[in-house]
Design a protein around this ligand. Sequence first.
Ligand code: ADE
Ligand code: ZN
Length: 348
Amino acid sequence: MISLADYLQLLPKTELHCHLTSTMRATTLQELAARDGVALWTEDAEHLFDFADLVDFLHGWRIAHEVLRTGDDIARVAWEGVEDAVRAGNLRYREYYVNPQYFARRSSPLSYAEVVDAVIAGLRRAERDFGVGFRVVVAINRRESGEAAVDLVREMIAHPRPEVVGIGQDDLTPENTEDPLRFVEAYALAGAHGLRRTAHVGETPSADPENVRAAIEVLGCDRIDHGYRVVDDPAVLALARQRGIGFATTPWSTTICSGWTLDETHRIRRMVDAGLPVSVSTDDALFFRTDLGREYREGLTALGLDAAAAQRIALAGIDMAFCSDAEKQRLRAEFRAAFLALDALLAP
Ligand code: ADE
Ligand code: ZN
């Protein structure tokens, strides 16, 4: 017999919402920073990952990109992140946000192709070692202009890779807003070239639920990252339900980024209760001292969700993934077999 915590830990999982830089080990961050003399956001190692809010966290998160100097650094971090997530929470498939603009705009730049090829090399090696499939989603840096976002999508089109399947976003605008409409042109171009689309919207108390509507209706998103404010506007909620939009939520990061408590009144729980397809991810495991096992074990339990809900969440992650139907079928079969075995072990 196993406890519910062990069950949630062992449950096979997808992860659709994680930023590659945030899958870095704390030890690797510190090692690479020391190697290159990169000053991190604080010298106080004990409080390195204490952030007041989303804006405070994003400051550290931007600096963390600086330690990834070479393609080998990026490939190493990609591989280590998979090894850790398999151990921490039985990860079976993952999608990554990668932001090439951070690597292009610095004194030792890496090109778009250098960045994505390094990510793919690290993740392919991890796939061979751990059997974890993956796709890459290029993230538009919202600090940059709408024109720069269009240029980024043009780079994607000029350097197609089968592993790179869509666009998303990270960071906030220079005004610290979401402003999805700033990137209408980039999303239209991506859509016209068959790229999948997702957006970070409705993440914080100050984010307008209308941003969720704009991501669906104007940007043409298949999926939404965060999106918690959807439950605050019945019309937007109805739209999301009607379109079958999936939400890639990240329980732990909301305790810092959104300032919310993980309990049965949390918006993620309300999204589940409203029948929306909800998946669970870490977002930024390094920075929020979380991992995929913890998101299920402690996060779902705090939200008042049980083993059956955890299974539905794991399967929703397959449904809303940007991989092929054949891969989804394989994952569903693997997950269902594991669920049966785990259900037989779960203490009554
Ligand atoms: N980049 C990394 N994590 C993020 C988040 N939660 N919101 C916006 N940008 C991010
Ligand atoms: Zn995110």
